[in-house]
Design a protein around this ligand. Structure first.
Ligand code: GN1
Ligand code: MG
Length: 371
């Protein structure tokens, strides 16, 4: 989606459609998502909140009204939940701002879908090094998030991206692309294609458990990369953002994706593979925090597969990045020609490191569930 972010929009006019308190004094691009276009609205007055304005990518998300309905349901449910101390949850996720007409999104004349959130004030999500405390807090808020949504009323959520973490379907697209993709790229990536093949059966076995009802289906976030968790300056987790892919799924997707990103000692697109490693020092506190939040409802089979989920989510991301590279970069935003190949190589290297540390992870989890 390389071109969209460079388009010019009448951002002030668009912002005027939402119920902001205060005036939009400055609006500029922010964030590093690969899918939507994100802008920060700064208001002039200290007492007014700032806002996030987003153009939702309606190529990736075919039914934006359905997606927004999911989001509105989830945000509403979380904000009316009492917290541990009996207080209402104010900041477990970003507050959705409705349009002056009372809708959760604004559709402009060009067919672009816009939405707005209150900016989580005094929040941080960029750290050079994640501390043990942040890892624990991140795990805890993820467990809390899933726990809060156990009793979401209103039936199953709309499937915003069908088969999003359905590995069999992802591998099917991968296979078709290996057959029909860009030949020069297929030759370049022969080694990576082989790495995917080597693990196909093992990973599909986990996929099957999540699809045949052995692993229960719950409300999950599905995009829990660690920078979707915001912290205050004392390293307490404030909220989980980016609810585009909130759907019904296996809790393993969230646990695995958070550790895939938190545990990587390099950025997920770092081409220098010698920097990529899985950081066990953060696994333990994250898992401890997660089990504190989610331990009360997880079944033994979910706990048993937590360590597998780190492999699974790293693998599925490698498959997706590699497929996109071989297809000619149709899905993820890129900023250099081999960007998706770099991402795939990075994830494969990370996967190998996760495999090396897998027994250690299992032992840590066993210790937690025994105690
Ligand atoms: C995309 O745009 P962003 O960063 O929120 C992707 C995730 C991937 C992630 C990899 C809807 O998320 O699944 O894990 O890139 N989201 C979608 O960085 O495909
Ligand atoms: Mg996202």
């Amino acid at each position: 989606m390389t071109t969209d972010s460079k388009r010019k929009y009448d951002l002030y006019g668009i912002a005027g459609n939402f119920r902001l308190s205060g005036k939009a004094a400055a609006i500029g691009p922010t964030g590093e998502g690969h899918i939507n276009d994100t802008f920060l609205i700064k208001t002039g007055d200290e007492t007014d909140p700032d806002y996030i304005l987003q153009r939702v990518n309606n190529t990736v998300f075919a039914d934006v009204p359905g997606l927004m309905e999911n989001m509105a349901r989830v945000v509403r449910h979380i904000l009316i939940k009492p917290g541990v101390d009996g207080e209402l949850q104010q900041e477990k996720t970003a507050r959705l701002i409705y349009t002056v007409e009372g809708n959760s999104f604004y559709l402009d004349e060009q067919g672009n879908y816009w939405r707005c959130f209150e900016y989580c004030r005094n929040s941080y999500h960029h750290f050079k090094d994640v501390s043990v405390k942040r890892a624990y807090e991140g795990g805890k808020i993820l467990g809390d998030f899933q726990a809060m949504l156990l009793d979401l009323p209103g039936g199953p959520l709309y499937e915003t991206i069908p088969d999003f973490h359905h590995l069999a379907v992802r591998l099917h697209s991968f296979d078709i692309t290996v057959e029909n993709g860009l030949q020069q790229r297929i030759d370049i990536a022969a080694g990576e294609i082989e790495e995917i093949e080597l693990r196909r059966e093992e990973m599909l076995a986990v996929d099957t458990l999540a699809r045949n009802g052995t692993i229960p289906w719950r409300v999950t976030h599905n995009d829990t990369k660690f920078n979707n968790i915001l912290f205050d300056k004392h390293e307490n987790a404030l909220c989980i953002i980016d609810l585009d892919t909130v759907m019904n799924g296996a809790v393993l997707y969230d646990f695995g994706d958070a550790l895939r990103t938190l545990g990587n000692t390099a950025a997920e697109d770092d081409p220098n593979l010698s920097r990529v490693d899985f950081n066990m020092a953060l696994f333990e506190p994250f898992a401890r925090g997660y089990l504190k939040g989610a331990g009360g409802f997880l079944t033994p089979i979910e706990i048993k597969y937590l360590a597998h989920s780190v492999k699974f989510m790293t693998y599925i991301m490698a498959v997706r990045f590699l497929t996109d590279y071989l297809a000619g970069d149709l899905y993820y935003k890129i900023s250099r020609p081999a960007h998706n190949l770099d991402r795939a190589r990075n994830q494969i290297r990370l996967l190998k490191s996760v495999e090396d540390k897998f027994d250690q992870m299992e032992r840590i989890l066993q210790r937690f569930s025994a105690g």
